[in-house]
Design a protein around this ligand. Structure first.
Ligand code: NAD
Length: 461
């Protein structure tokens, strides 16, 4: 059994000794992380195929490629992101200079989920390393092949004084959470998110929670329905629906609902053939427990597309449900699988009412060319992100914060924000001792000083 106290203690000593402090060292670790992925691309693809039945092309697009691109972007801009940022010094403090510097936090803990076990473990790691921290990485035990691979390769490529991988499930994570960290970055479900946040309270450790939820899609009659259906089907059935930002349910203008469902069926056939079970491009459900939960959601439902399943293979067909109401089982929890309930709505107002009756989602998608509908959705709903015209792709845009709001999470990362998440923004004021203009604020106070102070403070506003 790993001695977690020693692992964390060693990383703390190492942080104090400045092991990952020089920017050159951080850049070197990022380059080595990149080499890990490039040298071992085929092995990583194989692990993802074993855990989730992922196709190699999808693994490149959504896992390996995303991480490599994030490393390249970070390496390109890191020195600029770490440059001290000068701010204006008000008159009452002048002469002086003021600046903000980013300093590393210390030892950080990253707890990752199973659904994109490379991306969601390594993209946070990039931010933590770039910001100069030492890191404990806890991959998900539910993607065991990937977890084992990371535990084998990371100590070979990265400095063990900077990154330690701790494998395991609830027991190991509970023991990790008892330790003092300087930041905890958790990706997964809200139930465990609450456990993480409660544990962090004991040490006043700040947390980032990247959670999930039911991401809605609104479709109206103003758009090219065929293209919209293909895009929804792509975002939904990728990774067999086990994507935090996957479309969870559809709200379709009733005049085009039946047609849209038909087009979804055509898109599924185009992507995965007549029998998706035979398709090398379609994934599998991660484990039996998730499989049973998902099949439970199909009971007594009306599948217009798909509906079939095979427990031995943990296969669930890409499925589109009709006749769903807001009270149906599939509308009461995050689906996180290849099942897409559809609800006809009279228009954007009804869609907004349904969306706002639930928790704030991680993403909201809309296919509409109506300016009014777009504005209403933006102003009258709250979600981690809004994307018009395509699901999931917003997370490939480095400049956009990736994170939730309310039940879908707290904090955001990607690009420069990842460095910000894992840094402390330290305020630095530098005031020369000569001339001693601060004399103005020293006692004793006279009427003249009173007026002067009030005058100067007024200029602060
Ligand atoms: P999971 O079961 O792999 O759990 C995530 C992590 O929590 C794992 O490392 C696991 O070991 C740990 N964990 C589990 N139980 C624990 C406990 N009792 N105490 C401490 N740690 C524990 O993954 P999951 O939660 O099933 O992932 C799916 C959820 O994650 C969905 O809700 C999905 O929407 C969300 N998600 C969000 C994002 C995002 O970026 N916002 C990305 C992926 C998944």
């Amino acid at each position: 059994m790993v001695d977690i106290e020693t692992v964390v203690g060693d990383l703390r000593d190492s942080f104090r000794s400045g092991s990952n402090r020089p920017v050159a060292k951080r850049l070197e670790q990022l380059a080595r992380l990149r080499a890990l992925l490039v040298d071992n691309g085929a092995v990583v693809e194989a692990a993802l195929a074993k855990d989730l039945g992922k196709n190699a092309a999808e693994s490149q697009l959504t896992e390996i490629g995303v991480v490599v691109a994030e490393i390249d972007h970070t390496v390109r801009h890191l020195r600029r992101w770490l440059r001290p940022h000068a701010v204006r010094t008000p008159l009452i403090v002048a002469p002086a200079s003021s600046r903000v510097i980013r300093e590393p936090l210390g030892v950080v803990l990253i707890i990752a989920p199973w659904n994109y076990p490379i991306q969601l473990t390594l993209v946070p790691l990039i931010g933590a390393l770039a910001a100069g921290n030492t890191v404990v990485l806890k991959p998900s035990e539910l993607a065991p092949a990937t977890s084992e691979l990371l535990a084998t390769l990371i100590p070979v490529y990265l400095d063990p004084r900077v990154v330690a991988v701790v494998e395991g499930g609830v027991d190991e994570t509970t023991r990790l959470l008892a330790e003092r960290f300087d930041h905890i970055f958790y990706t997964g479900n809200g139930r465990v998110g609450r456990i993480v946040m409660s544990a962090a309270v004991a040490h006043l450790t700040p947390v980032t929670l990247e959670l999930g939820g039911k991401s809605p899609v609104y479709v109206d009659s103003t758009v090219d329905l065929r293209v919209a259906a293909r895009r929804v089907a792509w975002g939904k059935f990728m990774n067999a629906g086990q994507t935090c930002v996957a479309p969870d349910y559809l709200l379709v203008e009733s005049s085009v609902h039946a047609r849209f469902v038909e087009l979804l069926g055509e898109a599924v056939e185009e992507f995965y053939g007549r029998d998706p079970r035979e398709s090398g491009s379609y994934g599998r459900i991660v484990n039996d427990a998730q499989f049973d939960r998902l099949v439970g959601l199909l009971r007594d439902e009306n599948a217009a597309v798909g509906g079939g399943s095979d427990r031995d293979d943990r296969y669930i067909a890409p499925t589109v449900l009709v006749g769903v109401t807001t009270g149906s089982p599939s509308m009461r929890e995050e689906i996180f699988g290849p099942i897409l309930p559809t609800i006809p709505v009279s228009g954007v107002e009804e869609a907004i009412r349904i969306i706002n009756a639930g928790d704030k989602p991680l993403a909201l998608y809309a296919f509409t060319s109506s300016k009014r509908a777009r504005q209403k959705l933006l102003r009258e709903t709250s979600s981690g992100a809004v994307a018009f015209g395509i699901p999931s792709m917003h997370l490939l845009v480095d400049g956009l914060p990736f994170g939730g709001v309310g039940e879908s999470g707290t904090g955001a990362y990607h690009g420069e924000r990842s460095v910000a998440v894992f840094s402390h923004e330290k305020a630095v004021l530098d005031k020369p001792l000569k001339p001693d203009t601060a004399a103005l604020v020293y006692p004793p106070f006279s009427d003249r000083k009173y007026r002067l102070i009030r005058g100067l403070l007024a200029r602060l506003r």
